[in-house]
Design a protein around this ligand. Structure first.
Ligand code: 0L1
Ligand code: MG
Length: 264
């Protein structure tokens, strides 16, 4: 990928984003300082962040597609999806309390996650390739947390902030893709016992496997592939919902069971 940022600028922005993530403090979006920042520049900062986390001992376990539904794009005022990396440190077990103190302004969203059994590579990865390489799908709730002031950003800035990745909880009932309609999974999100969001997995780019193919094709542009055994979240089906200490969230999925989280 061709970047307009120098290596020194990439490191400086990476350190700023890492500091905001580690200290859970908000920062101005990077394009305030560098309005010419491109999507490729955003990925250069994200890649530097990934290298730093791995150097610090975190393990890359997969990827996420972000901003893949109309509801999410409208909510965040952007017109294109993005990707972000996932490490073991972001994973939380079901039914344990998730602290909000180490996040700026967390929100939750319901997603379909894919676990792969074969390597996938671009540049022309398709829905069929993804489905053939999928071991199983399972429900997941992503806890996103933009480190930008007031959750306001543009695409290059949010990509640099690892597409707002923070935590995720996978659970429910894993299913083989041949046994269900992956693009017809109804979902309802309950917050403290009240349904606050409903949707269908078709809202994710028409079919969640298309979002995974997009991840693979963006990885190709960065000279990378998706290895077998990866965990990939395909993107929020509905708009994201803000959470605070004391909140209980249950995401109920047609055919895939449910995922529960609580915040403290
Ligand atoms: O997972 C997502 O869709 C989040 C992507 C980044 C945008 C946001 O923070 O809402
Ligand atoms: Mg998401």
């Amino acid at each position: 990928m061709k970047t307009s940022l120098t290596q020194e600028q990439i490191i400086r922005f990476c350190e700023r984003v890492e500091g905001a993530q580690r200290r859970a403090n908000d920062i101005a979006k990077l394009t305030n300082e560098y309005p010419e920042m491109t999507i490729e520049d955003g990925y250069a900062v994200q890649n530097a962040l990934r290298a730093r986390f791995i150097e610090q001992g975190e393990k890359l376990i997969g990827w996420k597609a972000g901003l893949t539904s109309k509801a999410k794009m409208v909510q965040m005022g952007v017109d294109k999806p993005s990707i972000g990396f996932l490490t073991d440190a972001m994973s939380r077990p079901e039914n344990t309390a998730i602290s909000t103190h180490d996040m700026v302004h967390p929100r939750v969203e319901c997603e379909v996650a894919f676990v792969t059994k074969a390597d996938l590579s671009g540049p022309a990865c398709t829905r069929a390739d993804v489905l053939a390489a999928t071991d199983f799908v399972m429900p997941a709730v992503e806890v996103i947390d933009s480190r930008y002031e007031n959750f306001k950003f543009d695409l290059p800035s949010v990509i640099a902030d690892n597409s707002s990745s923070a935590r995720f909880v996978a659970g429910g009932r894993p299913r083989y893709v041949d046994d269900i309609e992956v693009d017809g999974i109804g979902v309802a999100m309950e917050l403290n016992g009240e349904i606050v969001e409903m949707g269908s997995s078709a809202a994710v780019m028409g079919h969640p496997a298309d979002a995974v193919a997009m991840v693979v094709n963006i990885l190709h542009d960065m000279g990378e592939t998706l290895p077998a055994g990866s965990f990939v979240m395909s993107g929020g089906i509905t708009a994201a919902v803000a959470v605070k200490p004391g909140d209980n969230v249950i995401a109920r999925y047609q055919d895939l069971g449910s995922v529960s989280l609580r915040f403290e």
